[in-house]
Design a protein around this ligand. Structure first.
Ligand code: NAP
Length: 310
């Protein structure tokens, strides 16, 4: 990184990922952070009392407020999380505001598996990412896009929302043998990678990393070894059956959180959006947490709630 100051504007700075990103950015000299939140009075003291952070109150609709936060920034990062209004409409407004303020680089709200391999309709949340990637491609002469792909966050993969494992019963829910590998990285490691990419003024494009690349069967085996239990593999049927179930659920349930876990179980474990080119070696200063390290660090009873602790 050159000695000149780098200003980073983070949309959704109070979130789990954003706060970890802030932690890693602050370890670097000459970085100032602007952050948006819908309510500055609710921001944690760690953000509001830090002289290297300036908070701006702005909703995703508030172009004027977003532009104030983006003024003079070298990099814009989208860390807000929500449904289409936030991830698609809100993110487009943030990109437009960044372009209007002449911000040269943009980190998209991804931190996921390789959504480029999915078809539109496979997962509505990933559809938003595909649309945003296309939106950024169309504007590449104005702003350079960065997409960090890290697979699932370990903290999310073991939360009950995903329905992959029941840590009380030590049951892993698999389909079609559970032998397809999937990438996983901790929130913290993905944030450390993102901070490196932000600080490297020449970095752009797709960045792929993974703490572990393992199948459900392999994860269950390591879980058993680390926690000293006999995990059970429960076969939940074929991916085709799961897709039928998902289609019915989507008809019956307007609330996306009623079916999103099942949708993730399908795209994560059928290999459809797998990472092929994890390049951890590029980040030689980061010691990536493997699933074994993660199980050794987090008590079995805490696996389900770890995401909420971030
Ligand atoms: N690969 C994975 O397994 C995985 C898992 C989870 C997340 N992710 C990705 O990580 C990124 C960050 O996720 P996160 O878990 O850190 O998010 P989060 O903590 O749930 O939320 C981030 C912030 O979004 C803001 N926000 C929420 N609803 C909003 C709305 N309607 N309008 C504007 N802002 C809103 C909130 O800020 P204020 O209330 O302060 O405005 C919140 O602090 C996302 O891109 C997500 O896709 C990946």
């Amino acid at each position: 990184m050159s000695d000149s100051k780098l200003t980073v504007t983070i949309a959704g700075i109070t979130g789990r990922f954003a706060r970890l990103l802030v932690k890693y950015l602050l370890k670097k000299p000459n970085i100032h952070i602007n952050g948006t939140t819908r309510d500055t009075s609710k921001a944690p003291a760690s953000l509001s009392n830090n002289s290297r952070i300036t908070l701006f109150q702005a909703t995703t609709e508030d172009t004027e407020g977003l532009r104030k936060a983006l003024k003079g920034a070298n990099v814009a990062v989208y860390c807000a999380l929500g449904w289409h209004d936030v991830m698609l409409d809100g993110q487009k407004k943030f990109i437009d505001a960044a372009i209007a303020e002449g911000v040269p680089r943009y980190v998209a709200g991804d931190w996921t598996s390789d959504f480029r391999k999915l078809k539109v309709g496979d997962h509505e949340g990933k559809d938003d990412m595909k649309h945003i990637a296309a939106y950024l491609d169309e504007r590449q002469d104005k702003i350079k896009a960065i997409h960090v792909l890290n697979g699932g966050f370990m903290e999310t993969v073991f939360s009950p929302f995903l329905g992959f494992v029941d840590t009380e019963k030590d049951e892993f829910y698999i389909r079609e043998g559970g032998n397809i590998k999937s990438a996983m990285t901790t929130y913290g490691d993905a944030a450390a990678v993102t901070a490196e990419v932000i600080a490297d003024r020449n970095a752009s494009g797709y960045i792929e990393v993974a703490g572990s690349l393992l199948s459900a069967v392999e994860i269950a085996k390591i879980y058993g070894q680390v926690y000293g239990v006999e995990p059970k593999l429960v076969d939940r049927g074929s991916f085709a059956e799961a897709k039928e179930q998902l289609a019915q659920l989507k008809k019956d349930q307007p609330n996306p959180y009623a079916w999103m876990g099942l949708n993730y179980q399908i795209i994560v474990w059928n290999g459809q959006n797998e990472l092929d080119n994890a390049d951890n070696a590029r980040f030689s200063n980061i010691k990536f947490t493997t699933i074994q390290d993660y199980f050794q660090r987090v008590k079995k009873e805490k696996l389900a709630t770890e995401m909420g602790e971030l």
